[in-house]
Design a protein around this ligand. Structure first.
Ligand SMILES: [Zn+2]
Ligand SMILES: [Zn+2]
Length: 537
């Protein structure tokens, strides 16, 4: 950033200026780790460098972004938990924010592919893309933007996962739970706060296995990888038993032993014993090819041949493609799932009443860890836990994280969408990273009919947040107006961070003034409406 032509005094002053700017930015809730992006205004032909908040583009957020995100989530959780009327869900047209996010993602994706073709490292762009995918989902769009490109496989009925043996109530078309009327005529709206954990993998003391050699790291790794599927199953079973369209707001967090666990606010109530019964009966089978035999290892790895795929280096035989491997598994009468995930016996169920201190406490608890990643919870001085995390990461290294994971090559199967350059043990998937330790899913899970009014409000909030940080006025814009490109590291056109932070603060101030004026105008209108009503009466 500083070169020889910068006077020495100025060079010395820069770190200090940066610290000060950071403090000011924090006070204003402005992102302190902005991601510089190049923006082409197709109307004017001008390129500009624009800072995107890290919270909108990256998985890990800086403290102001994390704080802002947490506040949004808390508000959203509070809004939906004890709704007393069915939320009105209108499948909304993609709005500007959504369109913008999708276009932006498309641009970044094109960049990523170009970088990949050129043999460059795509890790940073991949991180931006996965951050954008989360943001796109959060903006109210379902599924992934690429859509389902291949029809879903129809697995033979033999393999269909049976609904576990649980009581079933007749379904009613409601998302609200039952209410109770007190002797004073007051209506009580009880709900649940449920905590679900994974099973034991060995005795733990202070977050560390007492005996690391016998601790079942392999099982812990697979359970973490498939945890989100298990949660999906739990919700399906919960709805069947409850007999209504149960809504939830849940957060996935690392336990001290570094296994993911789930806190879930549930609208409505069920008997505690039934929740425990559902948790005990819920399981998820992973029907993936077996990995108990290492076929290729070390120097002996499959080789890529264009138009053929990966070959056995010794025999020249083409390895089974992903779909072929699944067909083989289907055809094998004795075939077994690669893994079966279940919850542990520790299930905590707490009854909560609307509007109580208890409910508030739970909401704070639900959002408590949203600002932290798994690695953040590791004390640098806590050698034993760091070693524990290291062993967990090692267990995940060769574990296939998804059908597209390069690790499948190790077990003699071509990954789905195989392409050149795949090496087992070097998957860039989120699940393998030390800050995720197997769980690559979303940290906050909110059911579709959790709330209504908030969704629009939160979207609006997010939109303002993103636009504001991008220096775009919040007005309908031509969605094709801007083209975005990432800025290569060390680009000389990017001003020093301190300057960029202060620019964002100034922008935020302008926004506040603008919003305050709009608010004052709105209040003024209300006032005159009331006055008129008063006069008419
Ligand atoms: Zn940030
Ligand atoms: Zn992987």
């Amino acid at each position: 950033m500083s070169d020889r032509s910068t006077p020495r005094a100025l060079r010395m002053a820069q770190p200090l200026a940066r610290q000060v700017a950071e403090e000011v930015a924090k006070q204003y809730g402005v992102c302190i780790r902005p991601v510089p992006l190049k923006r082409l205004d197709t109307h004017t032909g001008q390129w500009e460098i624009i800072d995107a908040p890290c919270g909108a583009t990256l998985d890990s957020k800086c403290s102001p972004c994390a704080k802002r995100n947490r506040q949004l989530r808390m508000a959203q959780c509070r809004e939906g938990w004890h709704l007393d009327q069915e939320p009105v869900i209108t499948p909304d047209e993609p709005n500007d924010e959504q369109r913008w996010l999708i276009e932006f993602r498309a641009d970044i994706h094109a960049q990523r592919d170009a970088a990949d073709q050129a043999g460059q490292d795509t890790a940073d762009l991949d991180a931006v893309i996965s951050g954008l995918d989360e943001e796109i989902n959060a903006a109210g769009m379902r599924g992934n933007v690429l859509g389902r490109t291949v029809p879903k496989r129809n697995r033979s009925t033999r393999r269909r996962q049976d609904a576990p043996d649980l009581p079933k109530r007749k379904m009613i078309n409601s998302t609200l739970g039952r209410t109770f009327t007190g002797s004073d005529g007051k209506i009580y709206r009880p709900s649940l706060f449920v905590t679900l954990t994974l099973p034991s993998y060995g005795k733990i003391r202070n977050g560390v296995p007492v005996n690391p050699d016998s601790y079942d790291y392999a099982r812990a790794a697979r359970d973490a990888l498939h945890f989100s599927k298990l949660v999906d199953r739990f919700v399906q079973n919960l709805r069947r038993v409850a007999g209504y369209d149960v809504q939830y707001f849940a957060a996935v967090e690392p336990q001290k032993r570094l296994a993911p666990h789930l806190h879930m606010a549930i609208r409505g109530t069920l008997p505690r014993a039934e929740i425990k019964q559902i948790a005990a009966a819920t399981y998820h089978q992973v029907w993936w090819p077996p990995t108990d035999q290492v076929v290729f290892d070390g120097e002996r790895l499959p080789v890529w041949v264009d138009d053929a795929g990966y070959l056995d280096p010794a025999t020249g035989e083409v390895l089974p493609a992903w779909d072929q491997a699944l067909d083989q598994l289907d055809a094998d009468e004795a075939g077994e799932p690669l893994h079966v995930v279940r919850f542990g016996v520790q299930v905590d169920v707490q009854g909560v009443l609307a509007g109580t201190a208890d409910a508030d406490q739970c909401i704070r608890y639900l959002s408590k860890y949203l600002t932290k990643s798994i690695s953040d919870s590791l004390d640098p001085d806590d050698q034993a836990r760091r070693e524990h995390a290291g062993r967990m990461a090692e267990a995940l290294r060769f574990e296939p994280c998804s059908p597209t994971c390069p690790n499948w090559l190790r077990y003699g199967v071509q990954p789905k969408n195989a392409r050149p350059g795949m090496t087992p043990g070097q998957c860039r998937g989120k699940a393998h990273k030390p800050e995720h330790l197997g769980y690559a899913g979303r940290r906050v899970l909110v059911s579709r009919k959790w709330s209504n009014k908030t969704l629009a409000e939160h979207k609006q909030d997010r939109r303002i947040w993103v636009l504001e940080a991008l220096g775009q006025p919040d007005e309908p814009t031509d969605p094709h107006r801007y083209v975005w490109k990432p800025v290569p590291a060390g680009d000389a056109n990017v001003p020093p961070l301190a300057m960029r932070l202060l620019r964002s603060v100034a922008e935020r101030q302008r926004w506040r003034v603008h919003m305050a004026r709009l608010q004052a105008e709105a209040d003024g209108q209300d006032l005159s409406a009331t006055e008129q009503a008063g006069r008419a009466a």
